[in-house]
Design a protein around this ligand. Structure first.
Ligand code: SF4
Ligand code: SF4
Ligand code: SF4
Length: 324
């Protein structure tokens, strides 16, 4: 009997999600024994035209990591959607926009200015920016269009399942492959993780204490038995879906929210702001102002992984010409 076909792709991604698949170590051989990997740019030399030549819905499962930042990624997302029966947003960037979507606090013009003019390592006295089309003696060179706004995968194509995490943990990857191979995938639309918050799964001691100061993780060594948030270190556990195995908490580091919002929370960042505000003991305007100052980079803290998928989606700015 023919084996099910699996495709893996990276869009606006750091490569860590693909490495997480490789982190299954020798189990990658088990995966390869139950599925045919038909497309995986990081590991195998398939070309886009090989995918274009496949029949529609001939790929059984596509694990798509990375957000959508440019027109090439959008085009391949649509191509893989056409060719795949089951499309999975794999990792925080595909699910929520992730780290690339922090670019939604600015826009293409500002990013290009920084990257190609202001960065001290540049030697670009003519102020040249990347063009989508450039004529050279040999013909015309094309580059994908860099979008103003980073999108989640589901903002571009229909998605059946979501596997959160930066990157997804190996045990969840193996579980998904097993569920897929045995035909036991959950209902369409499911997030394959826990239905609880990370705090619900965390076994640290919680004393319902108020805090009077916010510390950055490098400023104190926290008690490894007690809730980090109650020790004044911002931990995103109250507004983050569980299921990661408390990876950061067990390393005595705060959660940064890579599993996205738990069920029932629409905007992870807003929920976090609300949580911090509710446990901060500040009686005067000065104390509250000091606390606000103590949260270094609040946008990056509260929307580190979820800006594209949040109610904000992006900072309101004049859009660049072309695709917004
Ligand atoms: S989710 Fe994390 S590991 Fe995966 S591509 Fe995004 S930044 Fe990299
Ligand atoms: S805030 Fe963080 S440390 Fe505290 S209970 Fe929740 S996950 Fe655990
Ligand atoms: S503790 Fe938070 S940031 Fe760390 S892996 Fe789990 S969900 Fe992600």
């Amino acid at each position: 009997m023919a084996k099910p076909k699996l495709a893996l792709y990276w869009a606006a991604s750091c490569g860590g999600c693909d490495v997480a698949v490789l982190d299954t170590n020798e189990k990658i051989l088990d995966i390869a024994s139950i599925v045919d990997i038909v497309f995986w740019p990081i590991a195998l030399d398939f070309k886009y035209h090989h995918v274009e030549a496949m029949e529609d819905k001939s790929i059984d499962l596509c694990l798509f990591n990375g957000a959508i930042r440019n027109s090439e990624q959008e085009k391949i997302a649509k191509l893989l959607r056409d060719k795949s029966k089951v499309m999975v947003a794999f990792g925080a960037c595909a699910c929520f926009g992730g780290i690339p979507a922090l670019g939604n606090f600015t826009n293409r013009a500002e990013i290009f200015e920084r990257a190609y003019i202001e960065a001290p390592s540049n030697d670009n006295s003519e102020g040249t920016f990347p063009q989508t089309s450039t004529k050279v003696p040999e013909g015309e060179l094309e580059l994908p269009e860099f979008f103003d706004t980073v999108l989640t995968l589901a903002q571009v194509v229909d998605v059946e399942y979501y596997i959160p995490g930066c990157p997804p943990p190996v045990d969840i990857i193996l579980k998904v492959v097993d569920l897929f191979a045995t035909g036991q995938l959950p209902p369409v639309g499911s997030v394959i993780a826990s239905e609880k918050t990370l705090c619900d799964e965390c076994d640290r001691i919680k004393e319902e204490k108020k805090i009077t100061k916010i510390w950055r993780p490098h400023e104190i060594i926290p008690d490894p038995e007690k809730c980090l948030l109650e020790q004044g270190i911002i931990c995103c556990g109250p507004a983050t879906r569980g299921g990661c195995g408390q990876r950061c908490i067990k390393a005595n580091m705060p959660c940064r929210g890579c599993f996205g919002p738990p069920p029932g929370i629409v905007d992870q960042g807003a929920a976090l702001v609300s949580t911090i505000a509710s446990i901060y003991q500040g009686d005067s305007e000065e104390e509250i102002a000091r606390m606000v100052e103590e949260v270094v980079d609040p946008a990056g803290m509260f929307y580190r992984f979820g800006l594209a998928d949040s109610m904000l989606k992006r900072k309101r700015m004049k859009p660049a010409e072309g695709r917004a």
